[in-house]
Design a protein around this ligand. Structure first.
Ligand SMILES: *Cc1c(COP(=O)(O)O)cnc(C)c1O
Length: 408
């Protein structure tokens, strides 16, 4: 089965009773059982069944199965948001005294999380750049995981997933990859060696900007050393499912960051048209990047699909000649960046990516406002930078919109 067919048919037997083609929204907090014995068995994991929506729900499960199928995992767990997915994926295998190694170009929320985790004794070392040596330098015997994004947002750096997973595995640590920006359509991190994949499904998977969600997928490939990953020790009997079992029965249940069945439904609905939208979005991004590159009012266009980008070769290889829907431009000054944003007719000024509409934001004064100048520059955030997330409009209209706004 190829990608689009898989999206639609890999978990089809949803509603065999009524024949409904869409899975119902099981808007129920809890689930009744025939006997006390049955509920006991479910509680103890001897029998399958739903108990309480914070732990599991049939609509949410259908969403998990579909994403898991696309990512080639052994199981997935949907969460309230992308941030809760990132948080739980990390905290499932770290404890006080442990270290994380992280790529440089990461989402502002994840950066903030990693800083907050310092209060719990979990510290992060950031690689200087995406070179393999920069990651290697940060690894110590306390490192418990490497975390990267497929395309750093908004730095748009593209780490070599195969090489970094090779490094991680040679040190017996897992690689966690946030693939939000590439989606399962552009990248299959598991095939490139990632052990755990996370997504904010609020973005391209949902696609219309109508609900928040996140998901964690386990490849099942990592061989956990239970004396090193102590939090998984009591789940050793689950074998390759130990990571997922600890999530579901442990911190996911206890942190309570479950997704609502309604949001899972909306994310699943968006997923069905993912490939169609991503093709158009990537094509729009490429067209806009090429045109803005010729515009003398733009000092720099940053897009991994441009042949002179240092990340072009690796992006070409990893993402099958598609380069995502996000680009950034430098306009020369903060004033100019503000003027461009204020003069755009179609592109909306807001803090999101992956909508059907084209979106812009001035990252330095918003998402990264609390970071120091040095931190911002390391993450590729400059005062004159605008981040653009392409939507589904006609490319010519969006190009005109930017050309006119730049000429004011
Ligand atoms: C948005 C985003 C997140 C956080 O997701 P939410 O659904 O907003 O919590 C994490 N990683 C990346 C790369 C993102 O773009």
């Amino acid at each position: 089965m190829r990608f689009n067919t898989r999206i639609l048919h890999c978990e089809k037997k949803s509603e065999s009773i009524t024949g409904a083609t869409n899975i119902p929204i099981y808007q129920s907090s809890s689930f009744e059982h025939k006997s006390a014995k049955e509920l006991e068995s479910i509680f103890h994991g001897r029998e399958f069944g739903f108990v309480y929506t914070r732990i599991g729900n049939p609509t949410v499960e259908a969403f998990e199965k579909r994403i898991n199928c696309l990512e080639n995992g052994i199981g997935a767990l949907a969460c309230a948001s992308g941030m809760s997915a990132v948080t739980l994926a990390i905290m499932n295998i770290t404890r006080c005294g442990d270290e994380i190694v992280c790529g440089r170009g990461i989402f502002g929320g994840t950066y903030s999380l990693l800083k907050n985790l310092e209060d719990y004794g979990i510290t992060t070392k950031f690689a200087d750049d995406s070179a393999i040596g920069s990651f290697e330098k940060c690894i110590t015997d306390k490192t418990r995981l490497i975390f990267i994004e497929t395309i750093g947002n908004p730095k748009l750096d593209v780490p070599d997933i195969k090489k970094i997973s090779g490094l991680a595995h040679s040190r017996n640590i897992p690689l966690i990859v946030d693939s939000t920006v590439t989606t399962p359509y552009l990248a299959r991190p598991v095939e490139l060696g990632a052990d755990i994949v996370v997504h904010s499904t609020s973005k391209y998977i949902n696609g219309s900007g109508n609900s928040i969600g996140g998901i964690i997928i386990d490849s099942g490939n990592f061989k956990w050393d239970y004396n090193k990953y102590l939090s998984l020790k009591e789940y050793e009997r689950f074998g390759p499912f130990a990571y997922l079992a600890r999530l579901r029965k442990g911190i996911f249940k206890d942190f309570g960051a479950c997704i609502s069945p309604f949001n899972a439904y909306l994310n699943m609905l968006g997923l069905e048209t993912l490939a169609l939208r991503m093709d158009k979005i990537c094509s729009n991004a490429m067209k806009l990047a090429l045109r803005l590159k010729q515009n003398p009012r733009v000092e720099k266009v940053n897009y991994p699909g441009l042949k002179d980008s240092e990340y072009y070769p690796i992006a070409f290889e990893q993402f099958d000649n598609r380069f995502g829907g996000i680009l950034t431009i430098r306009t020369g000054s903060k004033e100019k960046a503000y003027s461009v944003i204020n003069n755009l007719k179609y592109a909306l000024n807001l803090a999101n990516i992956g909508d059907v509409r084209t979106l812009v934001i001035h990252p330095a004064s918003t998402i990264y406002a609390e970071n120091t100048l040095e931190e911002k520059e390391k993450m590729g955030v400059y005062e004159d930078l605008i981040r653009i997330s392409l939507g589904l409009e006609d490319a010519e209209d969006i190009i005109e919109d930017f050309e006119e706004a730049l000429s004011v």
